[in-house]
Design a protein around this ligand. Structure first.
Ligand SMILES: Cc1ncc(COP(=O)(O)O)c(C=O)c1O
Length: 386
């Protein structure tokens, strides 16, 4: 990466915080023993692990025994969905999710469908938000699981998860899983003893921690079948030698994320507003997919009849890193399922660009981005956009 590159792809991944890297190195150097071992070194590693777990539990308002460390958002989503579905077949076999989930949820429920579970998808409106009325109609006595993302990774729509939890819990005995990969550290989210989501997924690399680290946390003890079988680590719920350095690093990243959340969110929202004002100058050559009601760190927009890859290259040539609607779908040529669900005009479907802010972005980066945006649009669309 060139020294003065402007990185605006923080929803794909973030640069780890310096303190997080230091914590990771220190634990690897001194506390590398297996935390399940009974010798002193193992006990010390386990103490560190327990401290990291306590810290995450305090942040989320749950008990330490309800926090599992995993290898990331994908594993946490898979574990929650398979574990809660297979562990609750005595209550029913109906599962609800939304049409704009991350592939780690959509592919999991597709697999469950092959196993005989009944899956239904909630639609979203053109702002990317589900309808609580549709949820009310679809949730049933035999619904055993509802999985809904908090913030959409492609355009930032926020789902009304607290209102949804109320509806789900009043009408069924279903577990409510929330993929909070894009919301943790950007929006307030904690468990509540009596209400709200039952289970949430967090990914380390989206909050300036490491790739390959994640959390699956519960509000209370849940009925479920372990997904990864083996040595019975993580209270028997997620086997595999626990990666203590990752867990410690992640707990540190989570603490910094929470401590800096309101200040960052304010900054991100201002940048989002500034760039939207700029985009609106290009009239109907541009459509903005993100809404002011969405998450502050994501801004998705599209340029009429332009391909996303062409835009990305034009930005990259000028030292600015942006992405198409999501990192997962950016190598695929078909339109993303989220863009399809939003029902936008055909002319804008191929040109969706996502910019996403992180803790290392500065005001100067945003000023430079706006300048580059103008240059790119003039190069690719010429006078037409003005
Ligand atoms: C909403 C959402 N869920 C899940 C994931 C998967 O997380 P991970 O990359 O840690 O497996 C991502 C990653 O992009 C995401 O944005």
């Amino acid at each position: 990466m060139k020294e003065n590159t402007i990185y605006l792809d923080n929803s794909a991944t973030t640069k780890p915080y310096e303190e997080v890297m230091q914590a990771f190195m220190a634990v690897n150097e001194q506390y590398y023993a297996n935390p399940s071992s009974i010798h002193t070194m193992g006990v010390e590693a386990n103490e560190l692990l327990m401290r990291a777990r306590e810290q995450v539990a305090n942040i989320l308002h749950t008990e330490a025994k309800n926090v599992l460390f995993t290898s990331g958002g994908t594993e946490s989503n898979n574990t929650a969905i398979f574990g809660l579905a297979h562990g609750n077949t005595h209550k029913g076999n109906h599962i609800l999710t939304t049409e704009i989930e991350h592939p780690s949820v959509l592919e999991s429920v597709k697999q469950l469908e092959k196993e005989g579970f009944e899956i239904e998808y909630l639609q979203v409106d053109n702002m990317g938000v589900v309808s609580l009325d549709e949820l009310r109609q679809k949730v049933r006595k035999d619904t055993i699981l509802v999985s809904m993302m908090h913030v959409n990774n492609e355009m930032g729509a926020i789902q009304p998860i607290f209102e949804a939890a109320k509806i789900i819990h009043e009408a069924s005995r279903a577990a409510f899983h929330v993929d909070a990969v894009q919301s943790f550290g950007k929006l307030p989210l904690t468990f509540n003893e009596d209400e709200g989501p039952d289970c949430i997924t967090i990914s380390g690399h989206k909050i300036h921690g490491f790739k390959g680290s994640g959390i699956l946390a519960f509000r209370k003890k849940m009925q479920w079948q372990p997904y990864a079988l083996g040595g019975g680590q993580e209270f028997g719920l997620r086997s595999g030698t626990v990666a203590v350095p990752q867990a410690v690093a992640l707990s540190k990243a989570a603490r910094i994320a929470i401590e800096t959340m309101s200040e960052r969110a304010k900054k991100y929202r201002n940048w989002q507003d500034e760039i939207c004002t700029e985009l609106k100058k290009y009239g109907d050559a541009v459509t903005i997919l993100s809404t002011p009601q969405g998450a502050p760190h994501i801004l998705s927009f599209s340029i009429r009849d332009l391909k996303g890859e062409i835009m990305i290259n034009a930005f990259q040539k000028r030292g600015v890193i942006v992405s198409t609607s999501s990192a997962c779908s950016s190598k695929q040529t078909k339109t993303s399922h989220v863009v399809e669900a939003l029902n936008i005009d055909e002319h804008f479907k191929k040109g969706v660009i996502r910019i996403s802010f992180g803790a290392h972005v500065t005001d100067e980066d945003i000023a430079q981005f706006k300048q580059v945006l103008h240059e790119v649009l003039m190069e690719l669309k010429g006078e037409y956009v003005l």
